[in-house]
Write a protein that binds this ligand. Structure first.
Ligand SMILES: [Zn+2]
Length: 369
């Protein structure tokens, strides 16, 4: 066995192939043999082809296969290697850094050759899923809502159209949106254009798709975890402390952007789908609701305006309610501690309307509801 052939065939997927970190040397990054282009592969083996005969080379491959059982491994890797989509999901779920991913990849790929793709390919794939026109400034980032929805829809349609045939050509994507501020972040020596801006605070505007349905209300895709950060699509973030002026202007801006949305026509498998949008303004916390409903205190109900003193009197039931504030959700101030548990129990039984759950059919409905 020649040492140079051994070196090529055993070349690790990641240089080093050990638990050490990647080399930080400059220049063109090293690309594993399996991931190189046809041209690069030919260039790398050029020396071997010129130096050795076909007989010698095939004998060397046989010997190497026997030793490392690489033929068996190769077949298994074909069956078990992760797709780019699966790898990206893993990468995001584990919140891996580039260094951690490369370390994990070097260990796994040393057992199952090319089980995980390179970070370069993974980034290329991730970038293909991201909208192109992101406006980045010193104070934050922003994206066009129409473009964001376009990308979101394409991903959803791609995931369902392979499995399901959609008869209807007009669909509706229902989404929720809202915003929230957070504080207590580390401050760096970043220079901002205004004194109001500081990286100690962050204000985020975001949306999340809930479901995709047709005109008859049949749901083709339903968000399995509507409150998960993995389904949350940021629209904008700025380094400003949440305040009433900001909240009010953002609501107006967003509502205008939603009103201006055009239905998206997507061609998939030679069929045109027209998708309309429905938005619910529900991703809000108490402080944002107070600002928008002009309720001065968090202890005052934003629906009937009852203060803590008026809360436990009989007269509270007669108070006029602000119907326009219903879309912010229920005010928890009137609720008893376990009231939501009670509401949930009632909701589970809505399909058969009886408190007692008898019989396997009802028990099954309780579980699936
Ligand atoms: Zn109230």
């Amino acid at each position: 066995m020649t040492s140079s052939l051994k070196a090529i065939l055993r070349k690790p997927a990641v240089p080093g192939n050990t638990l050490t970190e990647q080399s930080t040397s400059r220049g063109r990054p090293y690309v594993a043999f399996g991931e190189s282009s046809e041209k690069t592969k030919k260039r790398r083996i050029e020396e071997l082809v010129l130096k050795y005969t076909l007989e010698e080379l095939s004998f060397a491959v046989k010997e190497l296969s026997k030793k490392s059982n690489s033929q068996v491994e190769f077949k298994e890797f074909k069956k078990h290697s992760l797709t780019l989509q699966e790898t990206l999901a893993l990468y995001l779920q584990l919140d891996l850094s580039q260094r951690k991913y490369n370390l994990l990849r070097s260990i796994i790929n040393s057992v199952h050759s090319e089980f995980l793709p390179s970070i370069y390919k993974l980034r290329q794939f991730r970038d293909s899923l991201l909208p192109k026109d992101i406006i980045n400034t010193v104070q934050g980032s922003e994206i066009n809502l129409q473009q964001l929805l376009d990308y979101t829809l394409k991903s959803i349609l791609k995931s369902i159209l392979d499995k399901e045939y959609i008869k209807s050509e007009t669909l509706t994507l229902t989404c929720k949106y809202g915003f929230d501020g957070s504080s207590g972040h580390s401050t760096y020596k970043q220079v901002f254009s205004s004194t109001e801006m500081t990286d100690e605070y962050l204000f985020l505007v975001a949306m999340s798709p809930l479901n995709l349905s047709d005109e008859k209300g049949y749901i083709f895709w339903n968000n399995p975890r509507s409150s998960s950060k993995f389904f949350c699509r940021p629209i904008k973030f700025i380094f400003v402390k949440e305040n009433s002026y900001l909240v009010k202007t953002e609501v107006l801006r967003l509502q205008q952007e939603i009103n201006d949305l055009k239905p998206i026509i997507i061609n998939f498998q030679n069929k045109n789908y027209t998708v309309n949008f429905k938005f619910h303004f529900t991703m809000l916390d108490g402080s944002c609701i107070n600002i928008l409903s002009e309720t001065n205190s968090t202890q005052t109900c934003f629906i009937c305006g009852a203060t803590p003193k008026q809360m436990n009197t009989k007269e509270v039931l007669k108070r006029p309610v602000k119907i326009e504030n219903f879309n912010f959700g229920m005010s928890s101030l009137h609720s008893w501690i376990r009231s939501f548990e009670c509401l949930l129990r009632i909701a589970y039984r809505l399909s058969f309307i009886s408190w007692q759950v008898k019989g396997t059919e009802k028990k099954f409905q309780i579980v699936t509801n």
